[in-house]
Design a protein around this ligand. Structure first.
Ligand SMILES: Cc1cc2nc3c(=O)[nH]c(=O)nc-3n(C[C@H](O)[C@H](O)[C@H](O)COP(=O)(O)OP(=O)(O)OC[C@H]3O[C@@H](n4cnc5c(N)ncnc54)[C@H](O)[C@@H]3O)c2cc1C
Length: 417
């Protein structure tokens, strides 16, 4: 069924009886060409591009819960292409271009809103670093404007420009950055994959990976064994546990990231804003809630829920940047599990087990990567060679030390990226 404005009017006039379920609920078959483990954003996008670009339709996505119930439905929805290092820069640039055509491609409203992203700076050193980053972005073909203090004040008059500890000296403005509706991205890719024959199987946890003679032969699941020629692990925060089923030890630590939303308010924040002196960032949803978050929890955990010390830390940063937020009431907070690599950059690669592939290490920035990651992982699964935009995301860089991409310059400490 194609969606359109006319369709909505027709359904409204005929009692909304013509809508069909957006995807089927198939029983798992005993074998597939390709099995994708994980029905989050990356798994669903991979399945969609396997079918739409490479014509591979004997594909199943196995999801232990419901589609989109992981971090793809828990993030703060920021989409940007403001990376500095070669390897990351071209990949995220490609992703933003895919975002710009995504609604038309999927015939689905993902509410992509290019409202602009502003990263604030507070010292001369930070200004220099942001100028360098902005030049790298422009060099890559993306957009960046260095704003001075008055330029920031014009766009964001509600910030506290009087505070002396972290004075706002300016910001790096990325006009094509913005937000998208996270669940809709999962649903849109799921609908597109299902329509092309991919089996999306929910409540199907993978409990084992079958390996014979150094190659993968299938998976064990809570709904029975399934044979497969190729298996892709796309389980984000659970990647370490799932890869261990095939005897692999990944260079990943899982940490919790928390977010918060206030009651609905009239429009006050038109952009996405991030505070350069604390890991705090904020935007306003279309419903009016102020959506914000901050640092990762410092200890490793698989608990997809937040805790009060981190809530206090984020609220302090919020009040420092924009005291006006103190008047808003927080409605909800939640947490998601982040798959943190030692250099803060992702992995899209084959594994040492034949026929077993992995797409993980998205840290706290994997939502904006969903289109390009799905595109590149589908290419790798279908053609057995990396897509040119993702050649740098090799698994062996952590063993050899060659080709590390440490955007933050924080060294090999997972939780600091
Ligand atoms: C609070 C928060 C804020 C964030 N903000 C942003 C942001 O603003 N911008 C941005 O770009 N990124 C952001 N992120 C990061 C982003 O959400 C993640 O990097 C990305 O969603 C991870 O990829 P995914 O969607 O495939 O993961 P998920 O949605 O977690 O998908 C993985 C799936 O695998 C399934 N699974 C796990 N184990 C098994 C198994 N054994 N068998 C079957 N299925 C299994 C899980 O149930 C899950 O559905 C944020 C994350 C959080 C938590």
């Amino acid at each position: 069924m194609r969606y359109s404005g006319w369709r909505i009017i027709r359904e409204a006039l005929t009692g909304n009886r013509g809508w069909a379920p957006v995807w089927r609920d198939p029983e798992p078959k005993s074998a597939y060409d390709v099995v994708i483990i994980g029905g989050g954003g990356h798994g669903l996008a991979t399945a969609y591009y396997l079918a739409s670009v490479h014509g591979l339709r004997d594909v199943a996505v196995l999801e232990k819960g419901y589609l989109g119930g992981g971090s793809v439905g828990r993030n703060t929805t920021i989409v940007r292409a403001n990376y500095y290092l070669p390897g990351n820069s071209e990949f995220y640039s490609h992703s933003l271009k895919l975002w710009e055509g995504l609604e038309r491609e999927l015939n689905y409203n993902v509410m992509h809103s290019q409202r602009g992203l502003i990263n604030l700076f507070h010292s001369d050193g930070q200004r220099d670093a942001f100028a360098r980053r902005g030049n790298a972005m422009v060099n890559q073909g993306d957009d960046a404007i260095l704003l001075d203090r008055e330029g920031v004040r014009e766009l964001l008059p509600y910030l506290d420009f009087g505070q002396v500890r972290f004075p706002i000296r300016g910001g790096l403005y990325h006009p094509r950055g913005g937000t998208a509706r996270h669940d809709a991205v999962a649903w849109g890719y799921a609908r597109g994959a299902d329509a092309r024959g991919v089996d999306l199987i929910q409540n199907c946890e993978v409990t084992g990976i079958d390996v014979e003679g150094g190659g993968v032969t299938g998976v064990q699941t809570t709904r029975g064994p399934i044979r497969a020629r190729k298996v892709g692990i796309v389980t984000a925060g659970r990647s370490g546990q799932v890869a261990a089923m095939a005897g692999l030890r990944l260079p990943i630590e899982s940490h919790v990231l928390q977010a918060f939303v206030t009651e609905g308010l009239k429009p006050v924040i038109d952009h996405v804003v991030s505070f350069g002196m604390g890991h705090f960032y904020i935007s306003q949803s279309d419903k009016g809630g102020l959506v914000f978050g901050g640092d990762l929890d410092f200890h490793a955990s698989y608990a997809a829920r937040g805790n009060l010390p981190m809530a206090e830390h984020v609220m302090e940063a919020a009040m420092t940047l924009m005291p006006v937020i103190g008047k808003a009431r927080v409605l909800r907070s939640w947490g998601g599990i982040m798959d943190m690599t030692p250099d803060g950059s992702p992995i899209i690669d084959r594994t040492p087990v034949g026929g077993l592939y992995i797409d993980c290490g998205w840290c706290y920035g994997g939502f904006k990567a969903v289109p390009a990651s799905g595109f590149a992982f589908a290419h790798l699964l279908a053609q057995d060679r990396p897509h040119p935009t993702a050649e740098a995301f090799r698994l062996d860089r952590f063993a050899t030390g060659r080709g590390l991409m440490d955007e933050e310059g924080t060294g090999a400490q997972h939780n600091l990226h």
